[in-house]
Design a protein around this ligand. Sequence first.
Ligand SMILES: *[C@@H]1O[C@H](CO)[C@@H](O)[C@H](O)[C@H]1NC(C)=O
Length: 309
Amino acid sequence: MLFTKLLIFIFSIQFIEAQNFYDKSPNIIELTPKNFEKVVHRTNYSTLVEFYAPWCGYCQKMKGVMERASKNLQDIVQVASVNCDLAKNKPLCAQYRIQGFPTLMVFRPPKVNFNKPTGDTPRLSNHASEVYKGERKLRPIVDFSVSRVKNYVKRLLRLEKLSDAIKDKTKRYSVVLFAKKENTSPLYKSIALDWLGTLEFFTIANNKVNKLTDFDLKTHPNIETYIKGIINTVNPGDSSRLVVFDGQEDKYYVFDGESFNKVEIAKFLSNFAQANEGPLTKRQEFLDHLKLGGAKNKKSSKSIIHDEL
Ligand SMILES: *[C@@H]1O[C@H](CO)[C@@H](O)[C@H](O)[C@H]1NC(C)=O
């Protein structure tokens, strides 16, 4: 009798130790050697990874912070974890020289250089990893992760640059955000990642638009009229507007979704080109599948609404 109880006791300890922290977290992927490469390295996104052990007290304290961080970073930085207590994961934890728990690392893709005259399609090599050494608090972790997002959005300081992009015959579409804010938002950067190599993204702050006079698009009268309308009426405080210019057909399309929700924007941009990543892609299905893998009753996370693009 006592012996059986003891057995159950020992068994349950091992069971507890083997449990992953984030099987029920809708935004965190529990990684294994089988999916690590594909999730972390085969993407243009950056990834925050927590290496942890379920028995470690600091890790238990971090759990809530990680969950909140993953919500803050949703759609912008991938969030994942490795349970270093599992035998199958130990090679991964050794490979990244994990010595203490928790260890937070951010994996960052190499910059794709489209101007390289090689003619090769840009290839992904391994992401660079960087250990996070800051405070184990929500804000600093989120800020650090966001600062590691690659930026492919071009900032237009003069509208003249926009007319150059529209006239450029090698690229049909230019996606332009007439933005309320001067700084490019992480969400907009992440959208540029989704269409990397297929659509070009620009941003110009509303308060820069009305200062522009050097604007000439005689070759594109429809687009010219539209942009002149913006120049004449825009106020710095106006909410952002997202417009796709078709330089080939002299047409423009204004995003009219209710809010800058990533799924809505993805639907809109899919009319012009197919995304590599992000909502509505095979890759997203794969990631959702992994996120849902841990628990059957886990709810799929919905795309969150960022109040300002
Ligand atoms: C990353 O960007 C490159 C360059 O455009 C693209 O070819 C590749 O498909 C992207 N990677 C993924 C996983 O979508």
